[in-house]
Design a protein around this ligand. Sequence first.
Ligand SMILES: [Zn+2]
Length: 150
Amino acid sequence: MSDRNRHIDQHVGDLLSGFIDGELTQQQRQLVTLHCDNCDECRENLAGLRELRERVGTARLSEVGEDQWRESMNDSTVELTRGIGWLLFIAGLLIVAGIGVGFFIFNPDIPVGMKLLIIAIYGGLALLLISVWRQRLIESKTDKYKDVEI
Ligand SMILES: [Zn+2]
């Protein structure tokens, strides 16, 4: 069947995506336009397809934008921000722990054994945090040599 001789009353569903993508011949485009003027079904299909294409196009654009943003975002900036975040987090925890330890140590009502226990718990916590922090530093420094064993 030649599109040239295709009757205008025939549905043009198979031509719609080509119509949107601009892949049709002049005759085919005319056929779609004329048919959609008289056929609600195909007109709605065309509108739906067009909307879908636009949505896909927008999504693709925003993905590209994100990649560019990621690329322009300096690696060292990311590391520095992360480092500062960890530093603040750990410093804050240590200060809170220190206040807790001080409160217990300088409280005469608490027995020495209990004080030592609290110091051990907070001291252990501090050491754990420091070792985590140190591990992060080592990881960030050796990121380029991931296969090399530390
Ligand atoms: Zn139709």
